[in-house]
Every structure is written in structure tokens, then in C-alpha cells.
Design a protein. Structure first.
Length: 96
């Protein structure tokens, strides 16, 4: 569990990032979760965009992705989800 200070730090770090995944009409599927887990291992911090044609509410998508990928949900802002998971092999981000 991250502290408020750590989440603020990660939100600041994520500001410059572009979303690398999009959740559309199909919603969250196992293949997408696997790819997000791999991206989190490589990058630690990612953004996911929820398209307007997604039938699942964005908050539910955020919870599903966070839960299934084993990551920490940092923020849902608009239709963008920020996820963080500390890498076991390639640690890049030093939390305060």
C-alpha cells in the first residue's frame, strides 16, 4: 500500500507519459491484463486510456486492471487510468 506522498510523486511522474493501452468495446480481457502486467514489469508506471465506446464504467475497469495485474491504482482522471507496480528486475523509480 502506497502513502499519499508516494501517490502524489507518482502522479507527477506520470504527467508526461502517454497512454500505451486502450480499453474499448471489448472491455478487459485476459490477454490485455497479461500485456499490461508485462509493461508494468518493464516500465513500472503506465497510463491506460478508456475509450468512449467501452461498455464498462471506467472506475470498474481501473479496479479490474489493478486487481488482475497485481498493480497499485494511482489515479483515475477523466478517461485515463494510472497504474504502478514495482519491477522485480528493472527498478527505475525511487519512491520518497
Amino acid at each position: 500500500m502506497l502513502t499519499g506522498r508516494q501517490k502524489r510523486f507518482l502522479r507527477k511522474e506520470a504527467h508526461e507519459l502517454n497512454p500505451i493501452f486502450q480499453v474499448g468495446k471489448g472491455g478487459v480481457n485476459p490477454n490485455m491484463v497479461n500485456q499490461i502486467a508485462e509493461a508494468l514489469e518493464a516500465r513500472e508506471l503506465i497510463k491506460v486510456s478508456v475509450l468512449q465506446n467501452c461498455e464498462v464504467p471506467k472506475e470498474e475497469v481501473a479496479e479490474l486492471l489493478s486487481e488482475r495485474s497485481g498493480s497499485e491504482l494511482i489515479q483515475v482522471i477523466g478517461r485515463t487510468i494510472i497504474l504502478y507496480k514495482e519491477s522485480s528486475k528493472n527498478k527505475q523509480i525511487k519512491l520518497p
